[in-house]
Design a binder for this molecule. Structure first.
Ligand code: NAP
Length: 344
């Protein structure tokens, strides 16, 4: 009989890629969405799989709702991807972020313990938990030093997963994933903001891309590969925690340079810090400008992951280079903009 996978946050980037991957493996895939979701199937439509997924509404703020859904579906595997996932917004909505990203996971663990203790859980943890990184590169044993309400909440969730595994014997994994991007990334995240904004500049729909801190360095991989690592974590004899990363990092400025080149611009930079401007050498036009409004009260300077444990135990490694990722995202945004079909 086909295994049942429950994916919370099916409407997000990872939910879409994971659903496609699990459907390909013969799973019955059930995705949870919020009744208030603006685009519950936009990304699934883009991948052409919306009709193959079953949907159930579930809200991580509501314990009784979670218990009811788990009791009714009795999933074999639960992938908890739902979260208020935008670091910047977590400074404006710290309590809400904590309620969803920290307490929401505890509600899920409690429901699982009561209703379906035999299920396997993947929790979407994040490299942001390393924050002001205590060593380079960061691995599973690196001490955490979160720098945002989002990271603090995710760290609570991470330790809750470890605790429920140790205390109640649940099969629960925390996947500490470094940034992973794709054409399905949300517009609020810097990589997509860059490819979407520069596609609009290239098509004459706007003059300038406004951006925040250009010097932050991140380890960026392709989301389509990271969901494979999530699945592998749930197929082991014992549950454990794993870092997934590429092992390379680059600055936001590097990403902007790569994306600009993908659209045929040749960027030259003038000015420093908040006065930095990216000028297209061919036309002399400023097409990138820094706007401090996008700065965070506390930022993470650089993240770089070491995924050797995932490679050794799960046989997982990132394959897509940053350049390939940029090309993929730039092309998708350009094509969407040209065709006028922008679903999210
Ligand atoms: P995403 O695109 O922002 O998707 C988040 C999902 O969570 C959406 O489906 C959203 O639904 C749902 N959600 C938000 N609040 C909810 C609530 N209160 N109850 C139920 N569902 C709720 O995020 P993603 O990039 O796919 O990331 C998936 C997970 O991995 C997230 O937990 C994120 O924090 C974590 N993560 C991501 C990365 C990365 O680089 N992408 C790295 C490390 C960890 P709506 O459509 O209703 O908003």
């Amino acid at each position: 009989m086909a295994k049942t996978a429950l994916i919370t946050g099916i409407s997000g980037q990872d939910g879409a890629y994971l659903a496609r991957s699990l459907l390909g493996r013969g799973y019955r895939v059930i995705g949870t969405y919020r009744r208030t979701s603006a685009t519950p199937t936009g990304r699934l439509d883009e991948l052409g799989i919306a009709d193959d997924v079953q949907f159930v509404d579930m809200e991580l703020l509501e314990a009784s709702n979670i218990r009811k859904v788990l009791g009714k579906l009795m999933p074999d595997e639960i992938y908890n991807l739902a979260a208020q996932s935008f670091v910047g917004l977590s400074f404006d909505l710290p309590l809400y972020t904590c309620d969803v990203d920290a307490m929401g996971v505890l509600r899920l663990l409690e429901a699982m313990r009561e209703v379906c203790p035999g299920a396997r859980l993947y929790q979407a943890s994040t490299s942001e938990m390393f924050g002001h990184a205590q060593e380079v590169p960061q691995r599973e044993t690196t001490p955490f030093c979160p720098r945002s309400p989002y990271a603090v909440a995710k760290l609570f969730a991470h330790w809750s997963v470890v605790n429920y595994r140790e205390a109640f014997g649940l099969y629960a994994c925390s996947g500490i994933l470094f940034n992973h991007e794709s054409p399905l990334r949300g517009l609020e995240f810097v990589t997509r903001k860059v490819t979407h904004g520069l596609a609009r500049v290239a098509l004459g729909l706007q003059d300038t891309l406004q951006i925040g801190n250009l010097e932050a360095k991140r380890d960026w991989g392709f989301a389509g590969e990271y969901v494979e690592g999530m699945w592998r974590m749930l197929q082991q004899e014992k549950s454990d925690d794993y870092v997934l990363a590429t092992g390379h990092n680059a600055s936001v400025r590097d990403f902007v340079n790569g994306a600009a080149a993908a659209f045929g611009f040749h960027l030259e930079w003038s000015g420093e810090g908040q006065a930095a401007r990216g000028i297209d050498k061919t036309t002399g036009r400023t097409i990138v400008a820094v706007d401090p409004v996008h700065y965070r009260p506390a930022d993470v300077e650089q993240l770089l992951g070491d995924a050797s444990k995932a490679k050794a135990v799960l046989g997982w490694e990132a394959k897509t280079s940053l350049d390939e990722l940029i090309q993929m995202m730039a092309r998708a945004d350009y094509d969407r903009m040209k065709s006028g079909v922008v679903r999210f």
